[in-house]
Design a protein around this ligand. Structure first.
Ligand code: 5AD
Ligand code: SF4
Length: 474
């Protein structure tokens, strides 16, 4: 067997599926293992430990996982023939939902653990050397309080933008969704913990933080006096951090968009004018069957209030086609709400019955082809709106956070306040700075621009970006 030491560390490869919360979790798993002699590798074939961080939100995830695990078993056998040991772990929401089945069906797997257990990873790995392990408890202890802090170098090597999970789990129980079962009840991290993590990110050079939660706008972490603080107030607190220029948050539920949060969009220059606010369907009948607990009118009135607070806000959403019982008229209502709102971008999915959710038990399942056709029609409309929104940006100037080298030599890539990718010619020493960029054209999924003037002072105080860019409203 190979010996490992500081000179010859163990190599860890993580494959991440699913949402940004899984991306965040995967980074935290690395942070948990680095003090135990691991380094991250991008080469799966060279890894002593392979972790697959899974997502269970839509179907096929489990089948995809088992085919991954089949390939990993072969990799493990090939490495064993060279005298190298490989451990394989499955993390995340499929692990949470199907822990025992994974051990039964995938003989190469050493350990299976849910999203609430990854702070115990070093101990679990030790134990898994002698016995295969499933850990899908919802432990009493707070995993975040037990996780080591990433070094400044590790933090900034991940980029000038970072995710920060502030809330996990969901109590909404939309009838199509597995999240309340895989991630458990809503829990918010205390304000001091969030603040400390945000300060560390900023001190390492991170310029933009996206606060994450399955239902992030239900955030209600306690402050030092034990009082619950909402997301609007939390954003105010975080916007005071030196060097932290941009804040975003995702994903939100319409019912939790309270006044304080809407006002934060009006009052905070650091809060970027982009909001992902899923409605899922435009039909009241389907919204009720989905247990969304809001109507189409509630949603539209909410959008009006948000736009009154921040007129240039770019809106995004999630939609499901083919939820059980969805008629042509219901789907027409979805198309109508998309036209009424005018999205800058949106995500849409074909309904996928998830075992254990109430939706999966409903009789009136929609034919696959109908669902597919509706999805195509919806996606064409969303695409049209996205193109129109991007076009409306040509001729405007925005502050762009330059994040990385661009596609062509001599180019850099960054993000507009509205979360569009922007490409421009600029020196690589501007990576990590915020620059004023004049938008000159649109690419297929991005904007092209040029520097207005090189800004050495790296600050968003230049402008609020609040020019007349509004999502198209047809
Ligand atoms: N089928 C299809 N889409 C789903 N989503 C969640 N559960 C399902 C499902 N069972 C979509 C919703 C949600 C996004 C993250 O995934 O639109 O907002
Ligand atoms: Fe799922 Fe609904 Fe909770 Fe979102 S709000 S995580 S869709 S149950």
């Amino acid at each position: 067997m190979t010996e490992h030491s500081a000179q010859n560390p163990k190599k860890l490869f993580i494959k991440t599926y699913g949402c940004q919360m899984n991306v965040y979790d995967s980074d935290r798993m690395v942070d948990a293992l680095v003090p135990h002699g691991y380094v991250e590798t991008r080469d799966q074939d060279d890894a002593d430990l392979v972790l697959v961080n899974t997502c269970h939100i839509r179907e096929k995830a489990t089948e995809k996982l088992f085919s991954d695990l089949g390939r990993l078993k072969k990799l493990r056998d090939a490495r064993a023939a060279e005298g190298k040991q490989t451990m394989i772990g499955v993390a995340g929401c499929v692990a949470q939902a199907e822990g025992d089945e994974i051990l039964a069906r995938a003989p190469g797997v050493d350990l299976v653990f849910g999203p609430q257990s990854y702070h115990r990873l070093p101990q679990m790995l030790d134990a898994a050397r002698s016995d295969r392990i499933v850990d899908t408890e919802f432990p009493e202890e707070d995993k975040f309080a037990h996780l080591p802090r990433a070094s400044k170098q590790a933090t900034i090597s991940r980029g000038y933008t970072a995710f920060l999970t502030v809330q996990e789990g969901c109590d909404k129980f939309c009838s199509f969704c597995v999240v309340p079962y895989t991630r458990g009840a809503e829990v918010s991290r205390p304000v001091a913990q969030v603040l400390e993590e945000a300060r560390n990110l900023a001190a390492a050079g991170v310029r933009e933080i996206t606060l994450l939660g399955q239902n992030v706008n239900a955030y209600h972490g306690v402050d030092d006096k034990g009082r619950a603080v909402g997301l609007g107030k939390l954003l105010h607190i975080l916007s005071e951090i030196d060097g932290l220029d941009r804040l975003r948050y995702t994903t939100s539920h319409p019912r939790d968009m309270d006044d304080a949060l809407i006002k934060a969009h009006r009052d905070l220059d650091t809060l970027m004018p982009y909001l992902h606010l899923p409605v899922q369907s435009g039909s009241d009948r389907i919204l009720k069957a989905m247990n969304r607990r809001h109507t189409r009118d509630d949603y539209l009135r909410l959008i009006d209030r948000i736009r009154a607070a921040r007129p240039d806000i770019a809106l995004s959403g999630d939609f499901i086609t083919g939820f059980p019982g969805e008629s042509d008229a219901d789907f027409a209502d979805t198309m109508k709400i998309v036209r009424e709102v005018g999205y800058a971008s949106a995500f849409s999915f074909k309904y996928s019955p998830r075992p254990g959710t109430p939706g999966a038990e409903l009789d009136d399942q929609v034919e696959e082809q109908v669902s597919t056709d509706r999805l195509a029609e919806l996606q064409a409309l969303i695409r049209e709106q996205q193109v129109a929104f991007n076009q409306s940006c040509v001729g405007q100037s925005f502050d762009v956070l330059l994040e990385k080298p661009g596609r062509q030599p001599g180019q850099l890539g960054g993000r507009s306040p509205y979360l569009q990718a922007v490409h421009l010619d600029a020196d690589s020493d501007l990576i990590g700075t915020i620059q004023r960029v004049h938008i000159t054209g649109v690419g297929s999924n991005s904007l092209n621009g040029e520097l207005v003037a090189k800004n050495p002072e790296i600050s968003v105080t230049l402008q609020h970006g609040r020019e007349s860019v509004a999502a198209t409203r047809t």
